[in-house]
Design a protein around this ligand. Sequence first.
Ligand code: 26Q
Length: 841
Amino acid sequence: MDSDRPAAGTATPGAADMGKLLQQYGCGPIRFTGSGDALYERHLMFDNVADRAAVGPRERYEAVARSVRDVLSQRWVRTEQTYERENPKRVYYLSMEFLIGRSLANNVLNLLLDPVVERAAVGKGLDWLAVLEQEPDAGLGNGGLGRLAACFIDSMATMELPAMGYGLRYEYGIFKQTIRDGWQHERPDNWLRRPDPWEIARPDEMVEVRLGCSFEVRGGTLGVVVGRPSSLLGVPYDRPVVGYGGKTVNTLRLWVAAAPDDFDFQAFSAGEFVSALAERLTAESLTRVLYPDDSTSMGQGLRFVQEYFLVACSLADLVRRFRRRNSGRGDPDWSALPAKAAIQLNDTHPGLAVPELMRILLDDVRLDWDQAWDLTRRTLAYTNHTLLPEALEKWPLPWLALLLPRHLEIILEINRRFLDEVRARFPDDGGRIGRVSLIEEGAERRIRMANLAIVGSHSTNGVAAIHSHLLRTVTVKDLAEMFPERFSNKTNGVTPRRWLLLANPPLARGITGAIGDGWITDLAELEKLKPLADDRGFRDTIIRAKREAKSRFADWLRSASGIVVDPDTIFDSQVKRIHEYKRQLLNALRVVVLYNRLRENPDMEMAPRTFFFSGKAAPAYHLAKTIIKFLNNLAGTIDGDPAVRGRLKVVFLPEYCVSLAERLIPATDVSNQISTAGYEASGTSNMKFMMNGALTIGTRDGATIEMAEAAGEENFFMFGLTAEQVAGSRSWYDPRWHYDNEPETRAALDLIFSEHFSRYEPGVFDPLRQTLLTGGDHYMHLADLTAYLEADRRLLELYADPAGWARKVVLNLAGSGKFSSDRTIAEYAAEIWDVKPCPVP
Ligand code: 26Q
């Protein structure tokens, strides 16, 4: 572990021994008598009942993690006691995904225990890095949306907000990716095979979830028993969320489905990967597996039940808490609900919260419709994360009729009243009814979850300025016209604790050396670095830190995979889910053009570069899988070509995940953010790269626009069509024109279609021709290729001037302060939730 992490202000334990620390974190009558050492020894011995000389690294990891948990547990209890006593308004963040990654190093860091733990590890001859490697990633999310939820709960705990995350405890997280012959294969991620030291099961706080039908297996197939209601149980598993400094420890509560003894349930399913896991089992299979996002998996009944299960468990839990805290002798004052609870819906995935909260208030509490509707709307708020029409959730009405008949009734009544209002306000606009209705009419009627979430809440926000603008003016224009005051923007952010302090110790140390460590909890302080852009000493510090991060990565890569990369080449990365709109293919075309240039002119000067790609394709997204295949073949062909050896290298890193991001991002010089303008809602890795000293080459999309504004456009390498130009040229755009008129574009495509990268697999890349050329290219790769190459040329020109490059790196760092999730959360707290910190004494 890095002892060189910057000192963290006055709270840093320094040389305090573990015993004192335990006292510091201890509270109330409970006191540990032993030291941290003794804690560890005790866990090692008694948790395993084994000879301590015989236990392996996994047991050591568990013993360390349990010791750390011991340290935080009193603070955790104390946090909940404080909230019980003070009864503040609380935030409930409902999300189908929390992409947490590993917890040990993060918790140690946030507890400010790292100097102590490191000394203890050295004292015991423990290989700390090997211990950390024992922890599996908690991969309970697909990508940006899930990782955002994880950054948000870190920020909320650090800012001492009374907040709770609600999600599902999937037994299998995002699938594991392996690459065979260049193709992606999926394996289940059995991350809970060994006991997880961070979770606490709370069977006493189990809740019941009722469904409108039952399930039966007859003759080997699954049957639905219509009209015979049944129920499931939700068992909470709690995980600590340690705020930086260790003062507040909030809770992430993840639900597991269990069957009552008399229950018989088997899942609906579709899609091979998920069904292979989900098909066989009973009620418990509901929370077995995370659905991979493929934007076409909307037809999956099990996912629908998962979403309802999250909503039903979480609302039951928070309503129970509200009753307990707000009832004097009789019933609680239900009108106080919005003053005590703010529920944030992470996309429409938990959108059934609208009819569920209505159901509770109408049927259980017995309020009248108007009261129930007013409270529901004032309690709920919704965040949108996508404009892609195919990714907007729409659930078939018959599914609700079968599973949630009462909810369907409520939705239809919401819609009836809403459309009456629409007719009254816009009597001459007949088309509007069809556009804003909560129901999409057609052969199969569907519930439009985004419309439901907007109508049923008091706040709708997008996740970057351009995204919020397009949401308001294009995607849900009619609704935004009706309720303009409900719409706002909350530009995303990332936690600087995990993504800078923990991931990049050399850089963090360099920053702290220059401006102190206030940036850890107030990232805007990075602005103080701006004048240092012209300070040669500081520039050198930063460049040395980058170099150190690069060689650390190269060393790790060699030992973990045998792949050798040269840290003296430019590290150029694009890491994210594989999707057409993110345009990994555009990046690949750039590489092919550079490759062609070198082949034609072997003596030309070109700074040596290493291109990293990493990311998963949804298992059923065939074109995305072909893109992965192409990237791998590109890597293989270039590797095998002596003409470019040492000058150009392409690496596809399998199994992109949080812990791989933590290694690669700090080592990256050039960050590629090249989505078709108007399609990437925000992006968040773009921010991580920026605060780790990479320069960005990118399109004017998502939060990248705001990043360039913050650092100064002149310090960014922006290129390509704007969102307006994309929309304006779609009707006449012709990829063929670029092929016919741009020699480098044509040469690159010709090389691909000549099977240069598929000599032994002719035809495998035919689908790419269809995408890029003959099929009209919806994402307009070729329209941006020459501009990309031109931006790339400017980038290389700057690279030839090390001082100029370093200067821009510093100016980027200095401008990255806005992109802390602390800033984002401060905006949600003030403008949507109206919640205040509730410090734990
Ligand atoms: C839906 C139905 C069935 C199965 C899966 C899904 C599903 C799951 C995950 C749909 C979408 C997602 C994830 C979306 C996502 O990650 N969006 C990203 O959110 C980030 C945080 O706001 C943004 O930065 C990215 O731009 C956006 O793509």
